[in-house]
Each structure stands twice: as structure tokens, then as C-alpha cells.
Design a protein around this ligand. Structure first.
Ligand code: MLT
Length: 267
């Protein structure tokens, strides 16, 4: 794996981890995570694809300017990553949860550069008022009490009951990422997610081949709701992975990798 960083338009240094050769596949992590979410995808998928995993603004090794940002700004960062890393080739784009919100925006603005979309543990609808209030509260808690205090409550929602109880490698990997994010990163991302657009009405126009994945125990992107919105996307397939909650690539890497490989191979 190689690590590169480059200065994106708004003055943020974007760190990108890259490995493998072949069709470019960009992987966008969720909140409050970083490129380490995808370590097991690097292991397997880099045999056939050029895997490109940026750290979104403020997470991992990417920096964050004081300016607030939107999901569309993050999509613009992704477009700069694509141009910079692929010699302007079209890419397959995979986003998990917040990474999925960015992937929807990427599709809206740059669909000509997309060969395929993989939407993992995410949802197309905007927040409810209650959801927005919870995000404001988390943003304030991160500043007042520290980022770990604010995000630690998410751990049981990220992992299946079994992975949470076992305290094994999945738990440790998730905990490590949550512990390493800053209060500013948490707060800016929460504000950006609270203001994100609603994509429900646009789903019938999503003609890019799309693979939708969620975990059987995901309460943030629950299977029944996921199946329902995925069915509205014309050229899509939807899979629900057993033994996983919100972090399917980390919790069920073999099944996740296999689905991605078969999907991309079928295009
Ligand atoms: C994520 O995993 O990115 C978050 O759960 C997304 C969200 O808070 O909506």
C-alpha cells in the first residue's frame, strides 16, 4: 500500500491510500472512521483493482480547514482524487454510510465519471428534525467533552451484537478509529450530514449500475428500509449480510469482497 497526499481546492491536505492495478475503485469510509475501515478490501480486491481510499476531510491523516463543508464539497474532493490518481479514467465508487452520502452527491455532479456505484450501509433520505437535533448535540459534546465522549456511544450500533460482545479484532479496529478522530472532525461532519440533501426522488434516475449492501443487524441502515429504496434504483441489486451490523466490510470481509468482485466483474 502506498500513501500519498495532495492539496485539494479548499486548502485541505487529502491523504489517499492506494494499492493494486486494474480498474480504479474508490472507497469512501463512514463516520467517524478513516481508510483503515477498508484494510481487508485492500488485501483481497487489490489483486484485481486499483484501490484508492481517501481519508475524508479531518479524518485519518487528512486535514480540515475551519471553513464548514457540505457533502457536495466532499464529492468535489473525491473528484479531485479521481483526476489526480487515475489519469482521468472513470471509476467505480463505493461509499459506506457517510461515504454513501458523499457517493450520492458524486453521482449527482459527476455521473459521467462513474462506471459503477456501491452503496454500503447507507441511506438516501435526509435527516428528520430529531436526527438533526441529535447531530447538533453530538457536535456540542465533542467540543465540550472531547471526541471520544461524543462518539463512543456509537460503538454498539456499528457492530453486530456478537462482534461487540466478543471484543475481538472487529471491535478493536472500530474502537481504534473512533478514538483517533478529533472534536473538530466530528463536529464538522455532523453539521454537514445534518444539512445533506434528500435523494429519494432522484433514485429512479440513477442509471449507473448499483450494488447495495447492508448488514442484517444494522439499525442505522436497516435491511427492510434498504431493500425498499434499493428496489427503486433501475439497475441495482441488494444484499443483506448475516453476522454484520453497520460495518459490513470489516465484519464480513469475505462476503463483502466477493459481492464487490462479482458485481464489478459482471459489468
Ligand atoms: C456513518 O457510519 O457514517 C454514520 O453512522 C452516518 C450517520 O450518522 O448518518
Amino acid at each position: 500500500m502506498n500513501k500519498l497526499s495532495f492539496l485539494a481546492k479548499r486548502g485541505n491536505l487529502i491523504s489517499v491510500t492506494v494499492a493494486g492495478e486494474g480498474m480504479p475503485l474508490i472507497l469512501l469510509h463512514g463516520f467517524p472512521l478513516d481508510h483503515r475501515l477498508w484494510l481487508q478490501q485492500f488485501d483481497y480486491l487489490s489483486k484485481n483493482y486499483c484501490i484508492i481510499a481517501p481519508d475524508l476531510r479531518g479524518f485519518g491523516q487528512s486535514t480540515l480547514t475551519e471553513e464548514p463543508y457540505s457533502m457536495a464539497d466532499l464529492a468535489e474532493d473525491v473528484e479531485q482524487v479521481r483526476q489526480h490518481m487515475t489519469d482521468d479514467q472513470p471509476v467505480a465508487l463505493c461509499g459506506l454510510s457517510m461515504g454513501g452520502y458523499v457517493a450520492f452527491e458524486y453521482w449527482r455532479h459527476y455521473s459521467k465519471s462513474l462506471t459503477a456505484l456501491i452503496l454500503a450501509n447507507t441511506k438516501p433520505e435526509e435527516d428528520t428534525d430529531q436526527g438533526r437535533a441529535a447531530r447538533r448535540a453530538m457536535s456540542e459534546r465533542a467540543h465540550q467533552l472531547g471526541s471520544w465522549h461524543a462518539v463512543s456511544e456509537m460503538l454498539p450500533k456499528l457492530l453486530s451484537e456478537q462482534h461487540f460482545a466478543q471484543l475481538g479484532s472487529q471491535f478493536q479496529a472500530a474502537e481504534q478509529m473512533l478514538r483517533s478522530c478529533s472534536a473538530d472532525a466530528v463536529s464538522s461532519a455532523q453539521r454537514a450530514m445534518a444539512d445533506r440533501a434528500d435523494f429519494i426522488a432522484l433514485l429512479p434516475a440513477l442509471s449507473t449500475p448499483t450494488l447495495v449492501i447492508t448488514g442484517e443487524e444494522d439499525t442505522i441502515a436497516p435491511p427492510a428500509a434498504t431493500r425498499k429504496w434499493a428496489a427503486v434504483i433501475p439497475n441495482s441489486q441488494c444484499h443483506v449480510l448475516a453476522g454484520a451490523a453497520h460495518l459490513t466490510p470489516l465484519e464480513q470481509p469475505q462476503q463483502f469482497n466477493q459481492l464487490v468482485h462479482e458485481f464489478l466483474g459482471s459489468l
